[in-house]
Design a binder for this molecule. Structure first.
Ligand SMILES: [Zn+2]
Length: 266
């Protein structure tokens, strides 16, 4: 009882809205892992240092038993990862300050792959979200929005996935992949009330963006983001539950992410 009272008091103070999950059928469904493996070939931004995973110890040690241990290093914004508001907002919140209520909850998946696969610079528009609503109903309040551009299928082929094999600023200029139109970002925040936004490309702003307005709009409204999501072809338009738990890097602007969805059986 005391715990419940503390919980209610905390929620009143912080204004949090914990989804208890009691209306989600947890006993009959499937967990789908939308996370790509972190490995040396993992795609990073052209100006980033790529992922490394080096052997510290491996084998039978002098006491006669097997032991292994490795050292990994990575920039925050590569592979399947989480963006905190601090990424584009001065004094914005960093990764460890994002509370679980913000990275768990009901999700929807909006598929623009037909348009994006025929135009590498495609921007998902307000109309795309309105079209989704025509079929599936109004975007629910405090939902996690996943955008499927179809570029997830190019993972492992960096030229197709990003548009370039060059590194450094020369590579940045040649990036061509779809993203979210800043106007649609504004609409999702102001006309709807989304909790987070993620997609299957290296950035929520398209490759040719130089101002990164979609990042700036979402983060200035405290909305978090996920990039380089895998397997969105396995996710239905709605009625699933998202767990997007980032590595808890204190002061981090982003972090590696283990992204899971629970899809209840119909
Ligand atoms: Zn990022």
């Amino acid at each position: 009882m005391k715990n419940i009272l503390i919980f209610i008091t905390l929620c009143t103070i912080t204004g949090c809205n914990i989804h208890r999950g009691s209306d989600i059928p947890w006993n009959n469904g499937t967990w789908v892992d939308l996370t790509l493996d972190f490995e040396e070939s993992t795609t990073y931004w052209p100006t980033n240092v790529t992922f490394s995973h080096d052997t510290v110890s491996y084998g039978i040690n002098d006491k006669g038993y097997f032991y292994s241990s490795f050292c990994y290093a990575a920039e925050e914004h590569g592979g399947t990862h989480f963006d905190a508001p601090l990424h584009f907002t001065e004094n914005g919140r960093s990764i460890e300050q994002i509370v679980p209520e913000e990275f768990t909850g009901e999700g929807i998946c909006v598929d623009v792959s037909e348009k994006a696969l025929s135009d590498r610079d495609y921007l998902a528009s307000v109309q795309d979200f309105r079209d989704w609503e025509q079929k599936h109903g109004t975007i629910p309040d405090r939902v996690i929005v996943l955008l499927r551009t179809g570029f997830g299928r190019f993972w492992g082929d960096p030229l197709k996935y990003t548009g370039t094999l060059k590194t450094g600023s020369a590579g940045v200029k040649e990036l061509h992949f779809p993203g979210l139109d800043p106007e649609a970002a504004e609409w999702l925040v102001k006309e709807r009330n989304i909790k987070a936004f993620g997609l299957d490309t290296p950035s929520i702003d398209r490759g040719q963006s130089t101002e990164f307005m979609t990042h700036r709009i979402l983060f200035s409204h405290n909305i978090t983001a996920y990039e380089n999501i895998a397997h969105l072809e396995l996710v239905p338009p709605r009625n699933f539950y998202v767990v997007a738990a980032p590595m808890k890097i204190k002061g981090g602007s982003g972090a590696p992410l283990r992204l899971l969805v629970w899809i209840p059986e119909e």
